[in-house]
Design a protein around this ligand. Sequence first.
Ligand SMILES: [Zn+2]
Length: 421
Amino acid sequence: MSLVIRGALLPEGKRDVRIDDGQFVAIAPSLDSCPGEEVLPAEGLALLPSFANGHTHAAMTLLRGYADDMELHSWLSTKIWPFEAHLTEEDVYWGTKLACLEMIATGTTFFVDMYWHARATVRAAVEMGLRAAVCGAFFDFGDAARAAAMRRQVEELYSQSRADPAQVRFVVGAHAIYSVSAASLQWLSDFARDRGLILHLHLSETQKEVEDCLRAHGERPVIYLDRLGVLGPHVVVAHGVWFDPRERETLARHGVGVVHNPVSNLKLASGAMDYVALRQAGVRVGLGTDGCASSNNLDMREAMKTASLLAKLVARDPCALPAAEALALATRETAALYGLEMGEIAVGRPADCILVDLDSPSMVPAHNLVSNWVYSGGQVRFTLCGGRILMRDGVVEGAAEIRAQARRCVARLCELAQCTR
Ligand SMILES: [Zn+2]
């Protein structure tokens, strides 16, 4: 069914926009509506591309605020992993639904997920109408039996994914170089490359990771992966805080994508990724939030603004990562790392977009729409994914049940993990 968004403000002025079969098919100062077509009056609303979240762990919404203000490795081993040990598929399903609810409310229509019970993540994303690229969590800690079991799980998830709707794609996940053996990293990379899939892993998140890699392998993380033959245009890594110039050049040469997670990196004091240096080296870059255990929310607008501010600080240059580039980074460039064409309000592109309230105090005055959206922000009123309205005037169907079920899951998990609160 087709839809006309009437009178929305775009950076180039007021426009009518027709959506048909999931795509933008016409954009003009004025369009006549056809009989039977839905008309969405959008006077007082800005039409902007929706976000792509290039790295998260959606169900970790259940750990939002559970353990803050701790060092990464003790945070993981004393708080996060013990809590996660009790997670069931049902918990991941409701945690992901809560994440989808938050993403829809804040204007994200595509997310990349790495977590346990990946099939529950797929089910939740499909039901909520979002696009997702989903991988399981692969850890073997050098244990051969565990590696064999995890490889079987990858094969199984891949074969199950063959029947999924087109809005979901399967990604091969590896947790990190310190939790996955060299042999498994090679196996996962070959598995992905042979099937035209993306391999996604955390890389160079902390200085400790680099030091441990130097101690264990005598080389830095990117050089280690290059020697293993793992790198290529099918690889997208998350974080990339601690690359040196040789590593940046190696990533660019192999066409590897890097997803920047500025809020998580700042909160865990992991470090400040050098965005400008990565770009100047020719590396493809995207943006993500990381999971709610570390970033506390899934708000890509916050990630976008933070990325811009951090890039300016690191480069000591207020011109670094300007507003329009930050918006492109958070939308089409992140989507492109995973082979999606969304992220642009243009004829022939997927109709993934948001309508933002121009009466939000922070959107007034309207000197520059993109600047307001990136640096100031406003209330998202409508979110559309592939032309389907997922949030209508601030309302997402089923929101109350999702909140109630997520609270129920957390109460049970807390009892099992013996939370103190
Ligand atoms: Zn992560």
